[in-house]
Design a protein around this ligand. Structure first.
Ligand code: FAD
Length: 365
């Protein structure tokens, strides 16, 4: 039996591709239930990674039914709301609601694969594999352990001493429900897809979701403990007082609680020596800032490729893990480098101009 810790996109894809090939696995997840947490905003699925994984998982057609038509439109504004780049969606990078994507993978698994409320608190090597300790005191031993447990992975300690480091940038997630009906001006400003408003080390990154909600990340350079005492809308507006009123409206007209998401990353090129009986996928292996738009895509590619390596080496787990890691390390490094360099470029003066130029160069082929 293969034991996976974490029912995020990486762990679920791994279990699903294994299941398609008749290989059993079990996933332990700390969440109390499948919908215990809001899963966040939209994700665009890239052809060579997220879409490849969905095909390997046999759920590509189902995925297509959930794609938000036109959701991959892109618009770049500076702080005066001057439009520097505006492109309609062309389905090159189809967008799907993160919760719908997770459900699609989750409900494709054999019943009982995911054990909810099963938080791993400790891991250690023992004869014949690894022992997991759970929050309720249970222990379990497994021959093959996969850490798909995200940024603050417990399993990672078995292979590496590295920890995520704060990037200097924090996101505050805000939401505007019923955008077209109640906030038509903001709906028009954001367009059908993704809006990047950037200037002088600040940003508002907004996306229209399938339920007509606008989800926006307000990005600010602040110390790591900035949000410890909570952040208010007034405080956020104060940081954008020289921005166009329409852009400030995204903050002032938002509804509900503000969720702070400090952005952390593992060192670029994070890797480890082959360690028998254990490996990592997704953020556990290569947490990076979101500015290459690759984290979820890579987590799914990792899950699919690890499953394919296990299937290709039925009698040799170490050969499978080695083949998976040999391909994964360089692609994770390349994405982490891109993400780190984009973050620097976008959050210095004239970030909007630089991003618009980047999109224009892609559009020119
Ligand atoms: C603001 C923001 C925007 C982003 N935008 C994009 C984007 O546009 N495109 C993109 O590709 N990526 C994006 N990402 C990155 C993406 O969200 C992640 O890379 C992706 O979700 C990683 O998936 P994962 O399966 O590795 O981990 P996760 O999704 O974090 O899943 C980990 C799972 O492990 C469980 N878990 C954790 N600890 C334990 C434990 N001790 N015991 C048991 N279970 C445990 C958790 O409950 C969770 O279900 C963004 C990230 C952020 C923060």
């Amino acid at each position: 039996m293969i034991t996976i810790v974490g029912a995020g996109l990486g762990g679920l894809t791994l279990a699903r591709v294994l299941a398609v090939h008749g290989i059993e696995s079990v996933i332990h997840d700390a969440d109390a239930a499948p919908h215990a947490r809001h899963q966040g905003g939209m994700l665009d699925m890239h052809e060579e990674s997220g879409q490849m994984a969905l095909r390997a998982a046999g759920v590509f057609e189902e995925f297509r039914r959930h794609v938000l038509a036109g959701g991959d439109a892109t618009r770049v504004l500076d702080r005066n709301a001057t439009v520097l780049f505006d492109e309609e969606g062309n389905d090159a990078r189809p967008e799907i609601d993160r919760g719908a994507l997770r459900d699609l993978l989750l409900y494709s698994l054999p019943e009982g694969t995911v054990r909810w409320n099963s938080r791993v608190t400790g891991v250690r090597p023992v004869a014949g594999g690894h022992e997991l300790t759970f929050a309720d005191g249970r222990t379990e031993t497994t021959e093959l352990l996969v850490g798909a447990d995200g940024a603050w992975s417990r399993v990672r300690a078995l292979v590496s001493a590295d920890q995520p480091v704060y990037s200097g940038l924090s996101f505050v997630e805000i939401r505007i429900p019923e955008a077209i009906a109640e906030h038509p001006r903001l709906a028009g400003l954001c367009g059908e897809g993704m809006l990047f408003a950037l200037d002088d080390e600040r940003g508002i990154l907004a996306h229209r979701e399938s339920n007509d909600e606008i989800c926006a990340y307000v990005a600010v350079k602040q110390p790591a403990d900035w949000a410890a005492a909570g952040v208010t809308r007034e405080q956020l507006l104060g940081l954008f007082d020289d921005w166009h009123p329409d852009l400030r409206g995204i903050i002032s007209e938002s509804d509900g609680s503000l969720i702070t998401r400090p952005i952390h990353a593992l060192p670029v090129g994070h890797r480890w020596s082959r360690t028998p009986g254990v490996t990592l996928v997704g953020d556990a292996a290569h947490l990076m800032s979101p500015f290459a738009g690759e984290g979820a895509n890579l987590a799914m590619q990792d899950g699919a490729e690890l499953a394919q390596a296990i299937i290709a080496h039925p009698a040799d787990v170490e050969a499978a893990l080695s083949a998976y890691e040999t391909a994964m390390f360089p692609r994770a490094r390349a994405a982490a480098e891109e993400s780190a360099s984009n973050m620097v470029d976008l959050f210095r003066p004239h970030g909007a101009r630089r991003l618009a130029d980047m999109f224009l160069s892609y559009a020119a082929g």
